[in-house]
Design a binder for this molecule. Structure first.
Ligand SMILES: Nc1ncnc2c1ncn2[C@@H]1O[C@H](COP(=O)(O)OP(=O)(O)OP(=O)(O)O)[C@@H](O)[C@H]1O
Length: 296
């Protein structure tokens, strides 16, 4: 099966500053992928590499099996909605659609008009007079009507209020199902991803901290609670992602494929939010300590 995104040792530096380091991924097509991480983690850099707006400093990247800078045929396969949902302030909604039709060989005009009507956007209204949510919807319409195989969105809902954000994400999911799109979207809000993504990549400090199908990640991460214990004494197959301690008790988030038999632990499930937050904290230096350790 074609990979939606494949990278090998991918890195990007701005001068001496590493924005993305040693990124190796192989994500099958057909997923809705959430790229999550704190500000400055390297999300936009990875997305710009994926659409050919940046060239790598090291390593390789292919998107849908093609090189991002392979030219118009590759561009037609990948839709990109950049950060701040770019629209042209002086152009009307209808003019945006005409512009989209002219620029994109696979443009689906019926789809674009249908979406504009359904969303209640006035075709004569200029983008400058639309609300933030309406502009985001217009940008999404332009991305979807291009009929790409993969739609990449950089923080599409960052500027929206919670209700508009939820509506946008729902609409995106419907469009994804209806048009069999793969999606790669970035956010630093875990709640945006929880209901929508079936694959996550957590970036922090320019590196991939964890990635995989949500279902598989949740099945292999557990919260262990029990008498205070040094995480270093856990069995070899149990990787401690985070640890917090009180005087008497330890709470660990542990990654393991094996069952946990130690009767001292109470084993609990974790949510996607718990998992992402545990990996999102800035990692400890190159040592074996957990990604997050809290002492109280
Ligand atoms: N053009 C540039 N020149 C120099 N440094 C840059 C440039 N663009 C980004 N950076 C730096 O690279 C790092 C990664 O930036 P990037 O925009 O990819 O992060 P991000 O995860 O998208 O952040 P945010 O969530 O704030 O948008 C940051 O430290 C940023 O300051």
């Amino acid at each position: 099966m074609t990979s939606l995104l494949r990278t090998q040792g991918l890195g990007k530096r701005y001068g001496r500053h590493p924005a993305l380091s040693d990124c190796t991924l192989d994500i099958p097509a057909g997923h809705v992928v959430g790229l999550v991480g704190p500000n400055g983690a390297g999300k936009t850099t990875l997305l710009h590499l994926a659409v050919g707006q940046l060239t790598p400093t090291t390593g390789d990247i292919t998107v849908l099996g093609g090189s991002p800078d392979a030219g118009p045929a590759q561009l037609a396969r990948v839709g990109f909605v950049a950060q701040d949902t770019p629209t042209y302030a002086g152009l009307s909604v209808a003019e945006h659609l005409r512009f989209g039709a002219r620029l994109n060989p696979g443009w689906d005009d019926a789809l674009a008009r249908g979406r504009v009507e359904r969303l209640g956007l006035d075709p004569a209204r200029r983008a400058a007079k639309l609300s933030g949510g309406q502009r985001a919807q217009l940008a999404l319409t332009l991305g979807v009507a291009k009929r790409p195989e993969l739609l990449i969105l950089d923080e599409p809902v960052a500027a929206l209020d919670p209700l508009a954000r939820r509506e946008f994400m729902q609409d995106l999911m419907e469009a994804t199902a209806e048009h069999e799109l793969s999606v790669l979207l970035s956010s630093h809000l875990v709640s945006d991803l929880e209901r929508t993504c079936d694959y996550v990549i957590v970036l922090a400090d320019s590196r991939v901290q964890v990635e995989g199908e949500v279902e598989g990640l949740l099945a292999t991460h557990h919260r262990l609670t029990g008498p205070r214990r040094d995480p270093a004494t856990l069995p070899a197959g149990q990787h401690v992602v985070s640890a917090s301690h009180t005087d008497r008790q330890s709470t660990l988030i542990v990654r393991t494929r094996d069952p946990i038999h130690d009767p001292a632990w109470t084993v609990g499930q974790i949510s996607l939010e718990d998992l992402i937050l545990a990996y999102m904290r800035k990692p400890a230096p190159e040592d074996r300590r957990p990604v997050l350790e809290v002492l109280r």
